[in-house]
Design a binder for this molecule. Structure first.
Ligand code: HGY
Ligand code: MN
Ligand code: MN
Length: 417
């Protein structure tokens, strides 16, 4: 007889919070958040601590050729495919303490609670830390889960370069986390990801749990503009080939395109490189990435087409060369209805307020959804702020979402007496 977990089963909120705070000590930022970028020494330190915690919880840790970590709790049926539960430990350069980390350590808390309660599941549980979810140091985002899902090749991933020209493959070897498992060889029964919302909706609606039905799609368009280096003082305005001005006008155009596609579209630029980046030299080269997103695939693709069509009308009159490369993309994702229902049912059983939500940010779950039934659980974050060191959540939100994750995972993994 399969016993359903009682409403009274909850995770250990204090242990979860203490674990989050211990991880936050690794790769501290300068304003209370974290700078634990992928494949840095700090990332390596965080991985080591996470591995120790997993082994202390009786898990066996495997690592694949993208450095992704898989910590397995055995099930009662060795033939049954595992339920994977994970997210990412890497952060933005000025990241918060919870983006990704809450999902990895929340998954560990689920296992720790199963151990406390002596719960046996038919399906094994695999706590997962995906390499390079952020795409901050090595574009694109969600790189390791993308290779796992067959979207990128291993060679493509290994060749990705950071702003200093270091390759992903070299850095993975350097920090000692190049594993031996073939990427994507593991098969999943289901995948769950617990994550802060990174937007304002749940807090504004006063809902504790986000039942994530979809995730919006994304394009990252890398522009390379070629101007002419010249003196900012002695070069007459009519003689300038001003790539910086072209960039500013393209940014303005992206803003217009996004605003003309409301509701349900965003567009902006987060990263710009000027060369030679000297305050009294007009840039010879400007490289920047346009980030556009929408839950509506047609709208997203129309926005991309319009931006690419309108760019030459900006650069050509200025004599600026322009090339555009799509360096990141995923289509809008619909998560698995059965797993979404498991999350909603868990929230209802536990008495937590909840609402359906579309994820504004991308997650490894988006690629996991290509190879297995997948879904997410979300909790609010203060002011909807994320990718900012001031990112903040309450301990209550953290544990409520983890309670829901626990019940949804256990229900899916099927308890055996
Ligand atoms: O870009 C994203 O949505 C995620 O934070 N990598
Ligand atoms: Mn994240
Ligand atoms: Mn992020």
């Amino acid at each position: 007889m399969v016993a359903a977990p009682g409403e009274n089963m909850r995770v250990n909120a204090d242990r979860l919070w203490a674990t989050l705070m211990d991880m936050a000590k690794i790769g501290p930022g300068i304003a209370g958040g974290n700078n634990r970028q992928t494949l840095t020494d700090e990332d390596g330190e965080g991985r080591k601590l996470f591995k120790t915690w997993c082994e202390d919880a009786g898990l066996t840790v495997g690592v694949d050729k993208m450095g992704t970590m898989f910590a397995t709790r055995p099930g009662t049926d060795p033939e049954a495919l595992p339920v994977y539960v994970g997210s990412h430990l890497d952060t933005q350069p000025t990241g918060g303490k919870y983006d990704g980390v809450l999902g990895v350590l929340g998954a560990l808390e689920v296992v720790r609670t199963m151990n406390d309660l002596g719960i046996k599941t038919k399906h094994p549980i695999v706590v997962t830390n995906w390499t390079n979810e952020e795409g901050a140091r090595f574009a694109p985002a969600m790189l390791a889960s993308g290779v796992f899902a067959g979207v990128h090749t291993l060679e493509y991933a290994y060749d990705r370069k950071d702003p200093d020209g270091k390759t992903f493959g070299d850095e993975l070897k350097r920090i000692g986390w190049l594993g031996d498992e073939e990427v994507g060889a593991r098969k999943m029964h289901a995948y769950f990801e617990y994550h802060i919302e990174q937007g304002p909706i749940l807090e504004a609606e006063e809902k504790t749990i986000g039942v994530v039905t979809h995730c919006q799609g994304l394009w990252w368009l890398e522009f390379t503009l070629t101007g002419r280096e010249a003196h900012t003082g002695s070069t007459p305005m009519n003689m300038r080939v001003n790539a910086g001005l072209a960039m500013a006008r393209i940014m303005e155009m992206v803003q217009t395109v996004a605003m003309e596609n409301q509701p349900g579209a965003v567009g902006g630029v987060g990263q710009v490189f000027f060369s030679p980046n000297s305050r009294n030299v007009l840039p010879g080269k400007v490289v920047f990435t346009v980030d556009i997103r929408s839950p509506d695939k047609d709208k997203l693709d129309r926005m991309r087409a319009r931006i690419e069509a309108e760019a030459p009308g900006i650069t050509e009159p200025l004599g600026v060369g322009c090339s555009i490369e799509a360096i990141g993309h995923f289509a809008p994702v619909t998560f698995d209805p059965t797993l979404v229902t498991a999350v909603r049912t868990a929230a209802e059983k536990l008495g937590y307020s909840h609402m359906n939500i579309i994820s504004g940010a991308g997650h490894d779950a988006c690629w996991a959804a290509k190879v297995a039934p997948a879904t997410m659980v979300m909790c609010p974050c203060v002011g909807g702020l994320s990718h900012n060191e001031a990112e903040d959540i309450s301990k209550e939100w953290a544990s409520a979402g983890c309670d829901v994750l626990f019940h949804a995972v256990v229900e899916t993994a099927v308890i055996m007496e």
